[in-house]
Ligand binder design. Structure first.
Ligand SMILES: NC(=O)c1ccc[n+]([C@@H]2O[C@H](COP(=O)([O-])OP(=O)(O)OC[C@H]3O[C@@H](n4cnc5c(N)ncnc54)[C@H](O)[C@@H]3O)[C@@H](O)[C@H]2O)c1
Length: 495
């Protein structure tokens, strides 16, 4: 966990042994359990004292370390406890070779262990964040821990933390300090500014920053070079230097233009993503793509320029118009189909349940994209799985002259591509119906509107993906949780 999050690591037992100059079993034998627990409390005090400085750290505790109320209070008031829980059988397997090193387990191992587990049952059950580790790999357990904490660390393109936290924007100032970021300027649009600029400015000011704000009119029409130029001038007017930090507070449009302006201003200054739409939380804010549109087409100019931090606060979505929210859900469903059946299941319960479970859903959906882009940051291979629904979706969006929102078009695209997968026997029959059912329950369209001409959609697909390409690579769903990249030459067969 410490390695994954790139945080300092403390193994409390090691600290105690180093300090005492002997092993824990010796301490127990010679001085008894109480003396050992006193040493444990003292070591914990030291470790926690260090943690309250500028950075976070991971502390490994023994199974009995929090039995003392004093220890538990100390730990829970300064951090978060994750309980790794294993069954008796798993523990027995692990301990048969090393039980002699564990003084509390001397004698009949099965008996001693089950009585210890029984004694501690209520204690262990009283921790909220549980990971059942039986039969799982370290990577699987780590994935689960990241979901529980709502904290991810990306390393493939650059090092940065992604944090999901209800109410998190109120702590933005402190988070900037923790990440050693300075002199912030907020870039946002007029819709978002209305709701959140004040709260965020207050958070920054309370943390000792003299925060500044630049606001633009909302909408894709402003994702252009003119806006970028205005931003560059704004940065100059506000005296931003190479150490300053751009805060992109908004949806995908703001993230793309603020990130691009940051990537080019003074050859690149730091930026932080604070996504405020569902789409930008689960998709646009992670992955490091920034850019703007030209009159000839969308996203034609851009750079790979990852932020230093992404803070997603699901509570911020409360003010998002319903249609924007549903549109973002199409990307969430997409991530479920790509590799998280449980996420798709959560979406299948309909809009109201999704809203109740929003924090969990945002974390899971972000986790899917993060896993893929960490494996393939520059889209040399499997990152293309994220294009699921987009080959048909982009074409439908274009031919509708953007009357359909991006997510609506992607929903239609996912069903069309699932049908294609069935015809190509990449998927078994019934998959497209299952996908359509979830999307419909969220209020998303699943059929190409009859007024859009199929020939135009096919032509748009051809133009969208390099005119000369003989085949178009589709990301097709093979089953819920698995996507295959398939080259399709006969485009007429797609619809
Ligand atoms: N960089 C990437 O990897 C990536 C990925 C996907 C999409 N994108 C880009 O993202 C853009 C679409 O993003 P989007 O869907 O977030 O659109 P958007 O940024 O235009 O936001 C949609 C609307 O919602 C409003 N809004 C945003 N947050 C709000 C809130 N909390 N409450 C009330 N209103 C709010 C905005 O003002 C806007 O009117 C496109 O330009 C697309 O190209 C980028």
């Amino acid at each position: 966990m410490a390695r994954q999050f790139k945080l300092p690591f403390v193994d409390l037992d090691r600290v105690i042994e180093t300090k005492a100059g002997t092993s824990i079993s010796r301490i127990m034998e010679r001085q008894g359990e109480n003396a050992f627990r006193d040493m444990e409390t003292a070591a914990l005090k030291d470790a926690v004292g260090q943690a309250s400085g500028v950075t976070s750290q991971v502390i490994a505790l023994g199974g009995g370390a929090l039995l003392r109320e004093e220890n538990r209070r100390m730990v829970e008031s300064t951090g978060v406890v994750i309980l790794l829980m294993a069954t008796l059988e798993t523990l027995l397997k692990r301990l048969t070779t090393s039980s002699d090193k564990r003084p509390l387990l001397k004698g009949n191992l099965r008996e001693r262990l089950s009585s210890l587990l029984e004694q501690r049952r209520n204690h262990y059950n009283s921790f909220h964040l549980h990971v059942d580790v039986d039969g799982k790999t370290i990577q699987e357990n780590m994935y689960h821990i990241q979901l529980l904490l709502g904290r991810f660390h990306l390393s493939a393109m650059a090092e940065y933390d992604v944090i999901v936290q209800n109410g998190g924007v109120e702590n933005l100032g402190d988070m900037l300090k923790l990440h050693d970021l300075q002199n912030p300027i907020i870039v946002t649009d007029d819709n978002v500014a209305k709701f959140f600029a004040e709260a965020i400015t207050t958070s920054l000011n309370n943390a000792g920053f003299d925060s500044k704000t630049v606001t633009f009119p909302a909408g894709e029409a402003y994702k252009n070079l003119e806006t970028i130029q205005e931003l560059w001038h704004g940065f100059l007017t506000h005296g931003l230097d190479r150490k300053s930090t751009v805060i992109a507070l908004g949806g995908g449009v703001i993230g793309d233009i603020a990130g691009f302006a940051a990537s080019t201003y003074m050859r690149g200054i730091q930026w932080v993503g604070v996504p405020t739409t569902l789409l930008s939380m689960v998709d646009a804010s992670i992955g490091g793509k920034t850019g703007f549109d030209l009159p000839e087409g969308k996203n034609l100019i851009g750079s790979f320029y990852p932020p230093k931090l992404v803070l997603a606060d699901p509570q911020i979505l409360r003010t998002l118009p319903e249609a924007e929210f549903a549109s973002g859900l199409a990307e969430v469903v997409k991530h479920g189909i790509i590799s998280d059946p449980e996420l798709l299941n959560l979406c299948a319960h309909g809009l109201d349940c999704v809203k109740d479970d929003l924090e969990k859903i945002v974390k899971r959906a972000m986790a899917v994209k993060i896993k893929i882009i960490e494996d393939d940051p520059y889209e040399k291979g499997y990152r293309a799985a994220l294009n699921l629904g987009h080959t048909v979706g982009h074409a439908v969006e274009l031919v509708s002259k953007f009357q359909l929102r991006h997510g609506e078009a992607v929903a239609i695209g996912m069903v069309a591509e699932a049908k294609l997968a069935e015809r190509l026997t990449v998927a078994t029959k019934g998959l497209s119906d299952a996908v359509a059912e979830v999307l419909s329950s969220l209020g998303l369209p699943v059929q190409i509107p009859t007024n859009l001409r199929r020939e135009e959609i096919i032509q748009a697909m051809r133009v969208d993906k390099k005119k000369n390409a003989k085949a178009i690579r589709f990301a097709l769903p093979a089953e819920i949780g698995r996507v295959e990249l398939v080259d399709v030459t006969d485009l007429e067969s797609v619809l």
